[in-house]
Design a protein around this ligand. Sequence first.
Ligand code: PLP
Length: 394
Amino acid sequence: MTHNHDWLDTEITALEHAGLRRHLRTVMGAPTGTINLDGRDVVLLGSNNYLGLSTHPEVIAAAVEATQTFGTGASGSRLISGNSEPYTTLEKNLAKAKNTEAALVFSSGYTANTGVIPILAGEGDLILSDALNHASIIDGCRLSRATKKVYRHCDVEHLKDLLSESATFRRRLIVTDGVFSMDGDIAPLPDIYDLAAEYGAMLLVDDAHGFGVLGRDGSGTVAHFGLATENIIQMGTLSKAIGALGGYIAGSRALVDLLINKARGFIFTTGLPPATLAAANAALSVIRSSPELRQRLFSHAKCLKTTLTDLGYTLLPSDTQILPVVLGNPQRATSIADALFAEGVFAPPIRPPAVPPDTSRLRLTVMATHTETEIQQAIDAFATVAQSSVDLYR
Ligand SMILES: *Cc1c(COP(=O)(O)O)cnc(C)c1O
């Protein structure tokens, strides 16, 4: 019997026709303001290294030192032999930054969400999830086997309606991004917090894009709103503003204990490399002590947002360093991205399933370490593309 794999080509061709085929690009060098991508130097408007910490000298030094002390790999899962000392330091400092009793690091933000949600909710429970939540939340909900209801994006009234019909469920969990990854807007957390209290629901906030950027000392979206942290479970990632790799859950000691005992995404995988943990820990101190990085980040974001709007691009009303330029169908997003690339700017096109149909976009992100010259180069490229392809944007 022969194995027939023709369907693979058929599927790829279908993606191609729909404008949804994805390709890997190769980056030479570190994620700084200008990178070499596929052999071409371009201004990078598609990095989550918002504060430039992945190349910060103190962060790199910490990673090198940890490698020399602990070696390159963890050599085991955390519950066996992979729980290196840098985990302890990092988790203590994460809990401090998040103002919680405890914190637990996972191998990525993806595994943190898919690990924690099935612990918080299961069969007989209800999860209420924002329509634009990150894919890792969606997958965590699927794994949990709880009933899931999706409320309209940031629509507190809709959330309230769903909560008011939820009395038959054992437990209720509300889950939302703090800063939405593809739109850059901030969840109405104070209202959601009040509803959670009113209906006795748990609240999980995914702060992948808020930490390092929002709130006092960059502590994130919950701090930005000044909410009490006892009743919020804060998830985050070490992979974005922190510039390393990993995810975490910050909350009560009891929650962390339960996760250590039961979360499959925590238990059944190898620990992170000590260098990664030490880098993240060094990045935490830089974040705390460098408000000027946040100021530069927001000043770049504001400048780019205002100028692109003046050029006629349609930007979503983001309040953060994430600036979505909405273009509609996937082909249009790709062709504008290609035109910008030819002008020396990398602005990644984002298409379904990462965003809803007909909202394909360029997801621009700025970094505190962009120079004024690089921001200007980016603006010039957008101006040239706007002139040469009037019919390609709306
Ligand atoms: C990136 C992201 C994650 C996943 O984090 P990783 O560390 O990259 O796995 C989870 N949630 C949101 C909102 C994200 O943007």
